[in-house]
Write a protein that binds this ligand. Structure first.
Ligand SMILES: Nc1nc2c(ncn2[C@@H]2O[C@H](COP(=O)(O)OP(=O)(O)OP(=O)(O)O)[C@@H](O)[C@H]2O)c(=O)[nH]1
Length: 264
């Protein structure tokens, strides 16, 4: 097939004066115009394609930036929610401590002790060995407050609590029963073992020295009672308390062992 003239060649032929009277000139001119029109259309199409490609690229970049912004936001929200969760856990622990611990000494409070006592009672009901309770009271504690102030009295109570706890096994529990009274729960422990432990605690308390009051000597009195299966818990507590009262009445700085309850 013959090769078609290029657009430039066509324009040159049309402009050439030598072909001005050629009868085919109007046909060639029409063809040339058609050619030019097609070239213009092609150029327009190219321009449209170029600009829509540009829009697509810009849109993609926008989406990428939005995606990164959302990721950053998500990261920030996750960090905030982690912090809130940590605060919540700490708050729960503080609430639990407040509900179950004595704020001055950090010992178990009466509520925690009663919970443990009920557990121990249930355990004994399943045939496990009994437990012993010891009620301890600081001797003449009012004098310490009166002579040295309530704050010093508080320090003495805290050191006393530490001294008692240092003698206990991990399964034992020392609770602040109230004021200058402490209650020991000694699981799997009979009266003779409890007596040995209480004597050890009394010796440790006598050896206790206080930085601000080097001359202060402390003694404690105690009553102990072993839980009797089928006995009401209140009764075991009362028996330990009666032992403590008897120890005070007998001159303090001593231990009184409670007799087991009468069986019908
Ligand atoms: N510092 C301080 N004192 C307390 C606290 N709780 C109770 N007390 C004091 O403990 C003292 C107890 O005094 P009393 O019941 O008369 O007994 P006591 O002086 O120890 O004498 P006996 O028990 O008979 O040996 C009172 O003065 C109470 O105010 C406390 O948390 N901190």
């Amino acid at each position: 097939m013959a090769e078609l003239p290029s657009a430039e060649e066509l324009e040159r032929l049309l402009a050439d004066p030598e072909h001005q009277h050629n009868p085919l000139l109007p046909v060639v001119a029409a063809l040339a115009e058609q050619n030019r029109e097609q070239a213009r259309k092609l150029e327009r199409l190219m321009r449209i394609a170029d600009s829509s490609y540009g829009v697509a690229v810009t849109r993609n970049q926008d989406l990428l930036q939005q995606y990164e912004r959302q990721l950053k936001r998500l990261d920030k929200i996750t960090r905030i929610s982690d912090r809130y969760q940590r605060n919540l856990i700490e708050l729960n622990e503080q609430l639990r401590d407040a509900a179950l611990k004595d704020p001055l000494t950090g010992l178990a409070n009466r509520r925690q002790l009663m919970e443990r006592l009920h557990d121990e009672q249930a355990r004994c009901g399943r045939g496990q060995p009994a437990f012993t309770l010891a009620m301890i009271d600081v001797d003449l504690f009012k004098r310490i407050n009166d002579n040295h102030g309530h704050d010093t009295g508080d320090i003495v109570l805290c050191q006393l609590a530490d001294t008692i706890c240092a003698e206990l096994r991990s399964q034992d529990l020392c609770a602040r029963w109230g004021g200058e009274e402490f209650m020991l729960l000694l699981p799997h422990t009979g009266l003779s073992q409890a007596e040995v432990l209480l004597q050890r605690i009394m010796t440790a308390v006598k050896a206790l020295r206080f930085e601000k009051l080097p001359d202060l000597r402390l003694t404690i009195s105690a009553g102990i009672a072993e839980y009797c299966p089928s006995e009401a818990l209140d009764n075991t507590i009362r028996r330990a308390d009666n032992g403590l009262i008897a120890a005070k009445q007998a001159g303090r700085d001593r231990l009184v062992i409670s007799e087991p309850p009468h069986q019908d």
